[in-house]
Design a protein around this ligand. Structure first.
Ligand SMILES: Nc1ncnc2c1ncn2[C@@H]1O[C@H](COP(=O)(O)OP(=O)(O)OP(=O)(O)O)[C@@H](O)[C@H]1O
Length: 608
């Protein structure tokens, strides 16, 4: 279920970095000019020594040296700013890209991942991407150039002294490169473990009341503490490799400095090397030290960043919900534009939803949760879906929303296979009040208008009124502008259900799905809401999963699901008469009352 690469999906983080190549190149260019001004300084100092020794005027040389030092500082500051800006741009782009990929991810692929790990990749791994792609690479490039320049100038002054210096530095460099490679491995492990830590924290915090009620705080703290300890251990290993890297280089450099000073002084004493040249050589060696150390430190940072890039890239590749392509591509080139999606038929004509021989299971290998399910839902009226727990009722709704695709058979909306319809169209025509009444942090108004952000104030108030939410809003200090906490804290379960119903009413869908949407309501509120649904069902199809007999009795059609199969269809009276499972459900699960009483009352209700 992957979406082919498109123009707005560059594929990798490197693609994003290329978008900011101008800034990166500008920064690099300034860095290179700065390198030039750095490299020329020892030559000028050498000239200064010679001029001073010969008694020539030195003022001009001193001014030139001062100007070079100033230029060096300005260039280095501007370079740092440009590279930093490019880095921030890359972080923003990668976060926007990742957010889009995650929001449009195939639901099964998304659910297979740990949510906290996704969060870690989005928030902290993207920050490391910046360090790798902008700062580290720029440091490696600019400081690498300084190193190369110094080596060239040193070779120009005295090749033998250079070979001596490089011999000592070479050993240290080889060791440092090996350390850098090891560092990448441990850094990747550290990122993975940080992801696991985030995932577990997310698991616990999203079920905090359950943790408290189960008195599991200590157990959870200990478990998360163990993960934190694993992160600490791999983090310490990262620090160990990173901190050995610089001293390893330093030792090599100091050894080479000692060797060069010893051998160089001997050469100066014999007169085979001039003092001015020797001074310039030693200056280049000093200039080499910190860029070389920086190169290796940047390699270390880059290796850590690469681990993050790998994780970010992997998340970018998450399978996407497949939308039918806008233009079909055939072997002979682009085919004609796709058929236009027909507008819904006139009132009451044709079924709103139809299941044709649908089989479905979660995951590639999972068992069939639905098998050969066929039924139709008229364009108007209330259709109830009943069946024992686990029969597949919610799954039916998820297929209508096209959260998942059937393994076999087809789901039709307005007579069209939803597999061929644009997702936005399917979800625009279907309103879904979910079982767990999801409400987000934000105001009541934002939550209600979530699926219809352009709704007018009057429309919002109508929906609030219809959903029976008006008395709740009236009691809240800021009315519709009251801010709700995460998962809608601040509202009761029943109030959240009404909010979700208002949200869907505002959307004015052609098909309204209600999954246990009235289970938390008291009987008065439910009766009022049933009247509303009755009215709504005169202008659209309402499909309700209900355990309450009151909803089922009123339904125009009832579909009985059992173990993923349609067992029977009919009205309450018909089913009560002929279906043993339905009678049992009506007597126990549907009513929650003792079988004998429920049977009497329900039969009476059904025969009304
Ligand atoms: N995301 C999922 N991944 C794997 N299996 C799932 C998933 N969701 C549901 N199932 C399985 O699919 C079957 C049908 O679940 P479904 O939620 O559709 O039942 P239901 O009839 O709505 O049950 P209830 O009345 O208890 O809500 C169950 O056996 C369940 O374990």
């Amino acid at each position: 279920m992957t979406t082919p690469p498109t123009a707005d999906r560059p594929g990798t983080i490197w693609g994003l970095a290329r978008r900011h190549r101008l800034l990166l190149a500008g920064g690099l260019l300034l860095g290179i000019v700065g390198v030039g001004s750095t490299l020329v300084q020892p030559v000028i100092v050498s000239d200064l020594i010679e001029a001073a020794g010969a008694g020539d005027p030195v003022a001009g040389i001193i001014v030139l040296l001062g100007a070079l030092l100033l230029a060096d500082a300005v260039l280095s500051a501007t370079q740092g700013y440009l590279i930093g800006k490019a880095g921030e741009n890359i972080v923003r782009d990668s976060r926007v890209l990742l957010t889009g990929r995650v929001l449009r991810a195939d639901l099964a692929a998304f659910q297979a991942r740990r949510q906290g790990d996704v969060h870690t990749r989005l928030v902290s791994d993207t920050s490391l991407v910046k360090i790798a792609l902008s700062q580290s690479l720029a440091q490696i490039a600019v400081n690498g150039l300084v190193v190369i320049g110094c080596v060239v100038m040193m070779a120009w002054i005295d090749v033998w002294l250079l070979l001596l210096a490089l011999g000592c530095i070479g050993v240290a460099s080889t060791l440092s490169l090996w350390l850098a490679r090891r560092l990448r491995v441990v850094a990747l492990r550290n990122r993975e473990e940080t992801g696991e830590f985030g995932a577990d924290l997310h698991r616990v915090l999203s079920a905090l009341t359950t943790v408290k009620a189960a008195r599991a705080e200590e157990r959870e703290q200990a478990g998360i503490g163990r993960l934190a300890e694993r992160v600490r251990r791999s983090g310490v290993r990262v620090s160990a490799y990173a901190s050995v890297l610089t001293p390893a280089m330093n030792v090599g450099l100091q050894a080479s400095l000692a060797a060069v000073v010893g051998a160089g002084m001997a050469r100066v004493a014999t007169g085979s090397l001039g003092l001015a040249d020797f001074t310039a050589f030693v200056m280049y060696l000093f200039y080499l030290v910190s860029p070389l150390v920086l190169v290796f430190m940047s390699i270390a940072a880059y290796q850590q960043g690469r681990a993050a890039i790998q994780r970010v890239d992997e998340l970018v590749g998450i399978p996407q919900e497949d939308d039918p392509p806008a233009v079909a591509i055939s072997a002979s080139g682009p085919a004609a534009a796709p058929e236009p999606v027909p507008a819904p038929g006139p009132a009451g004509v044709g079924p709103a939803v139809e299941f044709r021989q649908v089989a479905f299971g979660y995951g590639e290998e999972g068992r069939d949760v639905l098998a050969e399910v066929s039924f139709t839902v008229p364009a108007r009226g209330l259709t109830a879906l009943v069946g024992p727990s686990g029969a597949g009722k919610t799954t039916v709704f998820q297929l209508i929303e096209r959260f998942y695709r059937p393994r076999r058979g087809s789901v039709l909306l307005d007579g069209r296979d939803i597999a061929a319809l644009p997702l936005a169209r399917v979800r625009g025509r279907v309103g879904y009040v979910q079982q767990d009444s999801p409400v987000m942090r934000g105001t009541l108004r934002e939550n209600i208008a979530y699926a219809a952000p352009d709704a007018t104030e009057a429309e919002i108030r109508d929906a609030v009124e219809l959903a029976g939410l008006a008395p709740v809003v009236a009691q809240l200090p800021d009315g519709l502008d009251t801010v709700l906490g995460d998962q809608g804290t601040g509202l009761s379960g029943g109030q959240r259900q009404r909010l979700c119903i208002a949200r869907v009413l505002l959307q004015k869908p052609a098909v309204m799905l209600l999954d246990e949407a009235t289970s938390h309501l008291d009987s008065d509120t439910e009766a009022a809401l049933r009247e509303v649904l009755d009215r709504v069902s005169r202008r659209c199809a309402v499909i309700a999963i209900a355990h309450r007999i009151s909803t089922v009795v009123d339904a125009d059609h009832i579909v009985v699901l059992d173990a993923g199969r349609v067992r029977d269809r009919g009205t309450h009276a018909e089913l009560y008469e002929r279906d043993e499972l339905y009678r049992r459900l009506a007597a126990t699960q549907l009513s929650g009352r003792p079988a004998a009483v429920a049977g009497r009352q329900d039969a009476a209700a059904g025969l009304q």
